[in-house]
Design a protein around this ligand. Structure first.
Ligand SMILES: *[C@@H]1O[C@H](CO)[C@@H](O)[C@H](O)[C@H]1NC(C)=O
Ligand SMILES: *[C@@H]1O[C@H](CO)[C@@H](O)[C@H](O)[C@H]1NC(C)=O
Ligand SMILES: *[C@@H]1O[C@H](CO)[C@@H](O)[C@H](O)[C@H]1NC(C)=O
Length: 259
């Protein structure tokens, strides 16, 4: 029997190497393991001190974890719409497709809020503690025009997007953005996931403020130690968690995602 020639074996090995290289290229690096948001993930918008909205924005649960219901304000067409509280320890009104929780409501609401706040803090601390394979200070904080591959990114100061940018990767890939300053998305600037990237797998951990300009679009799990502000007609897909306050401008649109 004729044994395969050295040449053929070489060709087969080469083929296998080429195939595995192609597969690696196609799947790409998967990115960091995202910290769990724990029970904080059951809130669509979660803030310590106040939530102000000029738009019908929220589906699902909205929580104020360090304040009473007077720190939630909702204005429709220039008129502040009052809330009614119900016996179950939640409040809302006819225009707002959301259920609101705050510390002054009846048990077990305060402990639900307290647990979620602790989970939020743990997730933030874990996200900012990661250091493995960190990509440092990309673009010196100017992220406009970037196509961000999966990974852990760190910026020591402010990050500004003045032009459109994307996260490029598959549905299993992950991104963590550690920002040790403010995150500013300029008006009309769009950030989208491409190639199947999903907002559930994109986590922003921002020490300063998040400022999304008018008509700008942002995606992902948005965690800030400070204020999160959405301009008029801005859009967001994901979850919003702030250790201070959250505000939405006129017709700002926010949609939750189910984790
Ligand atoms: C945070 O990290 C610690 C230590 O690695 C781990 O035990 C804990 O489960 C993590 N928590 C979250 C919310 O990821
Ligand atoms: C944003 O886009 C709108 C509508 O296209 C336009 O009217 C506005 O001038 C733009 N704003 C900026 C700051 O570019
Ligand atoms: C930014 O993205 C938006 C939405 O996809 C698009 O309408 C706009 O033309 C883009 N702007 C630039 C400068 O490419």
């Amino acid at each position: 029997m004729k044994s395969p020639s050295k040449f053929r074996i070489h060709r087969i090995t080469q083929g296998a190497l080429l195939l595995s290289a192609l597969l690696c290229e196609a799947t790409g690096p998967p990115g960091p393991v995202l910290p769990s948001l724990g029970t904080a993930a059951s809130f669509n918008v979660f803030a310590a001190n106040s939530i102000t909205s000029l738009a019908p924005f929220a589906l699902g649960n909205v929580g104020l974890y360090d304040s009473d219901s007077s720190s939630f304000s909702y204005t429709q067409l220039g008129t502040t719409v009052p809330f009614t509280k119900d016996a179950s320890g939640k409040f809302g009104n006819q225009f707002l497709s959301a259920t609101c929780f705050s510390t002054d409501l009846s048990s077990p609401t305060p402990s639900i809020l307290g647990n979620a706040a602790a989970d939020f803090q743990a997730a933030f601390d874990n996200a900012t503690a990661l250091t493995q394979s960190r990509i440092m200070n990309l673009g010196n904080g100017q992220i406009g025009g970037q196509a961000l591959t999966p990974g852990l990114y760190h910026w020591p100061g402010n990050v500004v997007a003045a032009t459109n940018f994307t996260a490029v990767g598959g549905p299993a890939d992950t991104w963590i953005f550690q920002i040790n300053g403010d995150l500013t998305i300029r008006p009309n600037v769009t950030f989208l996931g491409k190639g199947g990237a999903i907002p559930q797998n994109i986590l922003w951990a921002v020490s300063g403020d998040v400022n999304v300009g008018s008509r700008a679009t942002l995606q992902g799990l948005l965690l800030s130690e400070n204020d999160i502000m959405f301009g008029d007609r801005s859009q967001h897909l994901g979850l919003i968690l702030s250790m201070n306050s959250v505000s939405f401008g006129v017709d700002a649109f926010h949609n939750s995602i189910i984790l």
